[in-house]
Design a protein around this ligand. Sequence first.
Ligand code: C2E
Ligand code: CA
Ligand code: CA
Length: 606
Amino acid sequence: MLIDNLLASIVNITTFYTISFPERYPLWADYASNMAYLFFYNFMGVLFLLYVDSKTKIGSIKKTMFLIGSTIFIYDTVMILLSPFTKLIFYFDETGYHHGPMMLSLYVTAFICVAIAITIFFAKRKMFNHYQVLSIVFFAFGVFLAIMFQIGHRRHVISNFVITMILFFIHTAFENQAYYLYADTLCYNRRAFIKTVDQFRFRKEDYLMAIIRIDDFENIKHSLGRMGVDDLSERIAERICREFGKSAYYVDLNCFAVIKVTANTHQLRKQIKECFESTFNLEVGDDEIVLDLEPVITFINVHGENVEGYEMTTIIQNAATHYSESDISIQESDELIKPIRREKEVLRLIDNAIKNDGFMVFYQPILDIHTRTFTCSEALIRLKDDRLGFVGPEEFIPIAEKNGRIHDIGDYVFRTVCRFIKEQDVLSKGVKYIEINLSPEQCNRVELANQLVSVATEFGVDFRQINLEITETAEMKSYGMDSVNELIHNLHSKGVTFSLDDFGSGFAAIDYLIKLPVDIVKIDKGILWQAMNDEASMKILKNTIRMIKEVGKKIVVEGIETQEMAKILIENGCDYLQGYLFSKPLPPEQYIEFISGKWEEVMISY
Ligand code: C2E
Ligand code: CA
Ligand code: CA
């Protein structure tokens, strides 16, 4: 667009000469320069349309936009080229230059282009930042005002100048280099890295990548503090960038990369080492710290593998930790790509299942020691794919959590369980409540409580028939426990009970026990299994049970696989037992069969 506008400006000047001094130039020169001017000027609208289309990336309209753009381009071009004969757009006679009757149509086509472009841009404006939106609006208004002014003041030719200014504005808004640079350095950032890898992939080109990390970074981070680390990173980026220029990238904290199409690893390694030869002198507070850093270099050869930029950021993270100081090749090195591909595939599966009702909820009976009956159960989600087979929740739940799909899944499970409780009237079959797992991400949503209440109400389920399991995790700690506390208080008042799941598997167990007003604590199966192996762990388990009882909570232990386990736990006063010894999680029909009486056979004798 800039080039086109520049050409338009240049021929605009020549048209003034030919129009002002018609006697000096032959008629064909008059026509040629005016035709060229109109051509470049009108081409601008079409270019703008295609540009905005390429930025908004709405796949479904791409063809239509191209069709509209080319139709207008052909119309404009033909009208302009034929003008010397048809005199429709403009013509010369004895009195000089004149607009033809169809001149207005060129304005109309340009207007159509700009109007469509603005419309599709606004349909996708959420993709763009404030500055970019502003610059597009500015373009439309600026061009409009410039043309209006031009029509009124023919002698003051400013429209090309105005458009140039605005184009420059758009250029800085959209193609801003700073967007791809790390802080105040000239080093490319993570965004640029992703884009570069994507470009290689698009061109099917092989390349060599060196990943650079600092040895013992955790310790350095600790002693420098946050600001010091930022400072250090900038210095490293600067040095690598000075050596490798546009091939250097600051990808992540303690992760730099150099990408080359052809390079000798030996030579590259030497060059990288040279960047770290002299010490780094930093000022942290009042102290000056001198750091002698040792780079850890890993080479990745990418040939023929179709790796996306975003995937690559994960790959280099894993590669750097597992293969430091080695040369690996992406084509051979399956274990680098496999988990990423698998995650993508599972995510696709999750999305499919959300759309096509592809999940199932199973129920695992839980034994009540006091009544010796299965008065409750845990709802556990299942996902089956025709091609990938059975995918366990241990695998897909974390992926769903990471990618924001857990809310849909949680909603599905809750609805399914409520429907099940109501339709099967499980209370009449002796099942007092069903436990439902909540992810920490779900607990953090303020609208969760209302959502759960409205679903339970919709199905007419008594709130006392629902128990929610929350898990202690590092994330919950960082969200703050306030939102969880609020959720518990909110739903407690309705009659919903709560369990603290996987107790003992995390690091904050006691903290949660103190701060969260749960009704039940579920001891993690890992703790039980460990206790069966060594005496010290058994003592810890027994004392944990005692402690929980003393603070007045009920105890469930999961993972009961043998009679021996059951015996020990009953002797120590647990309230509920859950495990394969009694039953695996069952599909709804089988679970109903189970609680309707068949379970006596599997009951233990003690
Ligand atoms: P969890 O909440 O700790 O669930 C108990 C897991 O232990 C279940 O695995 C269950 O099948 C298994 N289990 C129970 N007794 C035994 C036993 O005696 N031996 C052995 N080896 N395993 C036993 P599952 O169904 O594979 O679920 C795994 C995890 O996935 C769950 O761990 C839970 O964290 C998550 N999950 C399952 N369903 C849901 C759900 O609907 N929502 C959420 N957010 N997470 C879920
Ligand atoms: Ca659970
Ligand atoms: Ca558990």
